[in-house]
Ligand binder design. Structure first.
Ligand SMILES: Nc1nc2c(c(=O)[nH]1)N[C@H]1C(S)=C(S)[C@@H](COP(=O)(O)O)O[C@H]1N2
Ligand SMILES: [Mo]
Length: 361
């Protein structure tokens, strides 16, 4: 793979690997902004970042559609513009913490592998309704996204899929985005057009999208079939994993999660704590609590930001503790009453880690 023609990367990120370029911001910087500015949006690539000339760029819609159609960016822009503020999060966020339990396979991510951005584009539903989908009521259908133009480490192209039901839902705001934070979508983040799947892990948000295929099957791509699945904890090697990939479902939503981003002393008796939370698939984050005494007493945090159904949640709290040093933990509760658990179950790929997060003071 050729990494020599990449656009310049942000200097504000902690680089986890240079080629492919994988980098995340320090979590303390991330929580300073409700909507994440581009220079601190993490970058996750399975191959080189490519810059496209818009005139040479088009997306083909095929498979179970009434008429195979090719849309340029100006064609797409004829559909009504939709915007959504949604958090993009990599399944490997917090992998380094899971790796401390037992080694895992994957980029050694800290806890800044998410970005809350405002995405502008067209609703996938509007485009599919315009083209016409041939639904087969006996089988649940899938919308497979692909970027054939970008080679990857494990497959000849990057691909992912979502259930057709998710794509067509009136509430789920699945977009083909050409803007991020009111600016044209940069090459680094998948411009000219990427997929936005609010509520799903980042791996499904295909960048440099060039094919949309409506199918009775999930995407056959490596990253849908042989990765981004939670393997049982006894599977410890790639060899053992071979039998289990087909048996484990592909991931969709990530778990309810929250992270302590900063903690410092406000006064001899009080600590100031600040962080983020993200919902799972059972309703939005309703409360976040913090403890400075290992869970003996919990203090409710104040929610300082939450926007609609798909954003992250920012929170801050003041906790009493005269101790000179110690550790603050946080936990989130969602609107269905699910509470984030103290422990996280280990899996070989180190995905979906959501144990209580903590920071020392
Ligand atoms: N074409 C393509 N799309 C992709 C990827 C990729 O490597 N190639 N990585 C995926 C993963 S795993 C994540 S977490 C997000 C990262 O998006 P970002 O780099 O804009 O943060 O893009 C997804 N879409
Ligand atoms: Mo990811």
């Amino acid at each position: 793979m050729d990494f020599s023609n990449e656009p310049p990367h942000s200097k504000a990120l902690i680089v986890q690997s240079q080629a492919p370029f994988n980098a995340e911001p320090p979590v303390s910087a991330l929580v300073e902004f409700q909507v994440t500015p581009e220079d601190i949006v993490y970058c996750r690539n399975h191959g080189p970042v490519r810059e496209f000339v818009e005139d040479e760029y088009a997306i083909t819609f095929n498979g179970a559609v009434e008429k195979e159609t090719k849309f340029s960016v100006p064609d797409l822009k004829k559909f009504p513009k939709a915007t959504v503020t949604a958090v993009l999060q990599c399944a490997g966020n917090r992998r380094q913490e899971m790796g401390a339990i037992k080694p895992v396979h994957g980029v050694n991510w800290l806890d800044g592998v998410l970005a809350n951005c405002t995405w502008g584009g067209v609703r996938l539903r509007d485009v599919l309704e315009h083209i016409g989908v041939q639904t087969n009521s006996n089988n649940p259908m899938h919308v497979c996204f692909a970027s054939y133009a970008t080679p990857c480490q494990d497959d000849t192209y990057y691909g992912a899929s979502v259930p057709l039901e998710k794509a067509m839902s009136l509430e789920d705001d699945v977009l083909l985005a050409y803007e991020m934070n009111d600016e044209p979508l940069s090459a680094e983040h998948g411009g000219p057009v990427r997929v936005i799947v609010p509520g799903y892990l980042g791996a499904r948000w295909v960048k440099w999208l060039d094919n949309v295929n409506v199918s009775t099957q999930e995407s056959p791509n490596f990253y849908q079939q042989r990765d981004y699945r939670i393997l049982p904890p006894h599977v410890e090697t790639k060899e053992q994993a071979k039998d289990y990939w087909p048996k484990c479902p592909s991931m969709a939503a990530l778990p309810l999660n929250s992270v302590v981003a900063t903690v410092y002393r406000l006064s001899p008796s009080t600590l100031f704590v600040k962080g983020y939370a993200v919902p799972g698939d059972a309703g939005n984050v309703e409360t976040v609590e913090v403890t400075a005494d290992q869970g003996a007493t919990w203090v409710p945090a104040q929610i300082t930001y939450q926007e609609g159904k798909w954003s992250w949640t920012l929170w801050e709290a003041e906790v009493e503790s005269p101790a000179e040093t110690g550790r603050v933990f946080c936990r989130a509760t969602d609107s269905s009453g699910n509470v984030q658990k103290r422990e996280g179950e280990w899996n070989m790929r180190g995905v979906a880690y959501s144990a209580w997060s903590s920071r020392t003071w």
